[in-house]
Write a protein that binds this ligand. Structure first.
Ligand code: AMP
Length: 307
């Protein structure tokens, strides 16, 4: 029996985002924040393991707590400041440059998985230091039906590749964007990249292609989910994490995680990502309730329907 628990580890952050039209100033961000908000549309029991500094406002914690997300695994350090990331998008918003990453309290973080989530059936290792991802895996109680997902980015490939590869070996599903799949695999073609990443461990390799949707590679062949065409993208930050949140939240509610549930989950992830990019930072996710989320999913079903 699935216990419907989803354990998320990832950053909680201050982000500063520059798009061709907006300079955000410091706002709420972080991989775990986006994953949690998107996963909260499901009926999963969601918990986050992360770390913040003494500068992290209560109102940001409340944004997550209000969605019934268990924050007992979020450590607030009395000394030190929160992880900070600054990114700038090109005119073509599929492209962005990281201008600054300050690890701050993340640099010396020893995660503690809350006792009541050690048996979580679904675990998502969101983007952060692979040493922390490993420490979370090490604290879990054995569960033969557990599904582990992983999301990462080039920053960790550049500085912690061996550790990252060791973690990748232990996961069932990896979500990664196209450029990062090419960097990780050393291949120049996505089919070859997926095969090389599959050989590193994960049975399911999901390659995210921004506004061009997502591809799932697995032993029965590829599956493609288009992104919802949008009139306006305000800010793509967090799209990949929201995708992972929608997917993992759905899987946490299912008895099985076969390829059928994973494909369904990809559609929910796609719906969450399309909501995310329609506002600055986490705003659109915050402003959209579960009904709004399912309306977005309906639009996606209409996009794919021939009737
Ligand atoms: P995405 O747009 O889905 O790639 O995710 C953006 C989020 O990832 C932002 O809210 C950042 O705070 C967070 N982020 C950026 N760089 C890193 C990093 N090196 N490790 C962990 N999280 C990061």
């Amino acid at each position: 029996m699935n216990n419907k628990k989803l354990l998320i580890v990832g950053t909680m952050a201050f982000d500063e985002i520059i798009t061709p039209n907006i300079a955000s100033g410091k706002i709420l961000g972080g991989a775990a924040t986006y994953i949690g908000m998107a996963a909260a549309y499901s009926k999963a029991e969601v918990a986050i393991v992360s770390v913040v500094g003494n500068d992290f406002p209560d109102k940001y914690m409340a944004c997550l707590r209000d969605r019934n997300i268990d924050l007992s695994g979020v450590e607030q350090q009395s000394e030190g400041v929160t992880f900070y990331w600054k990114g700038k998008y090109h005119k073509n918003m599929n492209k962005r440059d990281t201008l600054e990453t300050q690890l701050n309290v993340l640099a010396n973080f020893n995660p503690k998985v809350p006792h009541h989530f050690k048996d979580a059936q679904t675990v998502i290792l969101g983007n952060l230091d692979p040493n922390v991802q490993q420490q979370v895996l090490d604290q879990l109680a054995p569960n033969p039906n557990r599904i582990v997902l992983l999301d990462t980015m080039n920053f960790w490939m550049d500085i912690q590749l061996n550790k990252l590869l060791a973690v990748i070996k232990q996961v069932d599903i990896i979500t990664i964007n196209d450029e990062e799949a090419i960097q990780l695999s050393g291949k120049n073609n996505l089919v070859q990249a997926a095969a090389a990443i599959h050989a590193m461990g994960p049975a399911y390799v999901i390659i995210k292609k921004g506004e061009h949707g997502a591809l799932l590679f697995h032993k029965e062949g590829p599956f493609y989910a288009p992104a919802l065409p949008l009139e306006e993208v305000i800010d793509p930050t967090g799209a990949g994490d929201s995708f992972a949140g929608g997917l993992s939240g759905y899987l946490a509610t299912q008895t099985n995680s076969t390829v059928t549930e994973i494909k369904e989950g990809i559609l929910l992830g796609t719906a969450a990502a399309s909501i995310c990019v329609s506002g600055l930072g986490t705003k659109a996710l915050q402003d959209t309730n579960t009904e709004g989320f399912y309306r977005q999913l309906k639009k996606l079903e209409q996009l794919r329907s021939v009737k």
